[in-house]
Ligand binder design. Structure first.
Ligand code: AMP
Ligand code: GLY
Length: 434
């Protein structure tokens, strides 16, 4: 392992403002390689890891101005939108920026997340196991209805493009699915994102998230995680951005993970190479375990949230060193050390989320938490007070010798933190017996 400075200075800019970015910022801030960390726009938690920059991360020209002014020489992208919109390519094409690595895929490769149709075609080409499907447009809606009728309900309908996590609909009846397909294609329910719609076979199994860090040649598999998407206990109610996560995932044993590697990860990384899709960053495999066999539900071109809040604390190695190796395509020279102890994160949200909720509620008790890490998701400073600023507010993570202890520690920490209408699920990890 290198332990001297890789560059004369490492001024890092991290893009994003959620719990994921707070966890990444927390980890990067511990690196002896770091000179200075900026987070744009960040939140009340990231400000303790570096300097927040209040800028719009989709305004690449503005980002450039700040990067040059602050002598930033390394960029890490948290969320998908800048990636799908081509931030990697923007830097590469600009004379003043092209020497600055951007951690994340090129826009063409980020289409693995940005276009579900593209992702499915890629999987078909490289024999990566996934649900049977077909893609339809306005013009082929009748074929779509006919295809739906060949599948057993529930049906899975997916808008092709990015739809803020809302583009997947699973109607329980064939009639419901036909109506939904019409709304998506003819009434543009998700705007341009649903100008193409995928109709997919419904897979039965338990989901998990697997993450890989790749330099385009080789990869490290990061700890896997399971997130809890529904707002209510026992996985009931509306879908959310994620209400908690655990890592490792008890059912993802060595045999299962070997299948994931052999059938999914290796063909994906090799496929990217063959297609000449430049990818230097995290690949998120949304998987489902169907009777011991992994299938891909979706790809994301980034880390998951709240999975990052359990994955990152379990990485013992220097993340900045690994990311630098990604940028210089020397990942094969590094190894990654993972903490064997399990991690659990419980998300504290605003009452009402994922529907209407209020912001600006003062958060107290953060200083009383000693046994957990509190990653901020939707917070900001109001004077010297930390206030809520989103639906998902705080991710409370604990690492302990057992998953059960980690979960108990997170709940004990949550009891010390208060704001009006705080809500959290009390059953994180219960489904896996923790
Ligand atoms: P996605 O945005 O593709 O992750 O889909 C959102 C959620 O829909 C997934 O996390 C799954 O719970 C569910 N889902 C998507 N595709 C399928 C499928 N083919 N079979 C069963 N559930 C699915
Ligand atoms: N936790 C799922 C996601 O980040 O998309």
């Amino acid at each position: 392992m290198l332990c001297t400075k890789i560059n004369d200075s490492m001024n890092v800019l991290l893009l994003g403002s959620g719990g994921r970015e707070n966890a990444i910022a927390w980890k990067i801030a511990q690196s002896p390689l770091l000179t200075k960390l900026y987070i744009a726009p960040g939140n009340a938690g990231t400000k303790d890891c570096g300097t927040n920059l209040d800028i719009d991360i989709l305004n690449f020209a503005l980002l450039k101005k700040h990067v040059l002014e602050k002598k930033i020489n390394f960029v890490i992208v948290g969320p998908e939108e800048p990636l799908v919109k081509g931030i990697y390519d923007y830097f590469l094409a600009d004379k003043e920026l092209s020497h600055i690595p951007v951690i994340g895929p090129s826009a063409k490769a980020a289409a693995l997340e940005g276009s579900k149709d593209f992702a499915k075609k890629f999987m078909a080409k490289y024999n990566i196991p996934t649900a049977r499907y077909n893609t339809f447009t306005k013009e082929t809606i009748n074929e779509g209805v006919a295809f739906l009728r060949t599948l057993r309900p529930p049906h899975v309908l997916k808008a092709d493009g990015l739809a803020a996590g809302k583009g997947v609909i699973i109607p329980l009846t064939t009639t419901g699915a036909e109506n939904e397909l019409k709304e998506m294609l003819l009434e543009e329910k998700f705007g341009a994102a649903s100008s193409k719609v995928l109709v997919e076979e419904f897979l039965i199994g338990t989901e998990l998230s697997v993450f890989v860090l790749t330099d385009g040649n080789t990869f490290h598999i990061l700890p896997e995680a399971k997130d809890y998407k529904r707002i209510g206990e026992n996985d009931t109610g509306l879908n959310t951005g994620g209400m908690g996560a655990i890592s490792p995932v008890p059912f993802a044993d060595a045999k299962f993970m070997d299948k994931v590697k052999e059938r999914i990860i290796v063909p994906t990384v090799e496929g990217l190479k063959k297609e000449k899709l430049e990818y230097k960053g995290f690949i998120f495999f949304g998987l489902i375990n169907c009777q011991g066999n992994p299938y891909v539900i979706e790809y994301n071109a980034r880390m998951g949230d709240p999975e990052t809040e359990v994955v990152i604390p379990r990485i013992k190695s220097d993340l900045l060193l690994l990311l630098h190796a990604v940028a210089t395509k020397s990942l094969h020279k590094t190894h990654i050390e993972i903490d064997k102890n399990p991690a659990a994160t419980v998300m504290m949200v605003s009452g009402g989320y994922p529907e209407e909720y209020e912001k600006g509620k003062e958060i107290t008790g953060l200083d009383k938490v000693k046994d957990s890490m509190v990653f901020h998701a939707g917070t900001k400073m109001n004077g010297d007070k930390v206030v809520t600023n989103g639906g998902r507010v705080l991710a409370v993570t604990s690492i302990k010798p057992t998953l059960k202890e980690a979960i108990v520690a997170s709940y004990e920490s949550i009891a010390k933190i208060n704001y009006e209408k705080k809500y959290y699920r009390r059953d994180i990890g219960k489904d896996v017996g923790a």
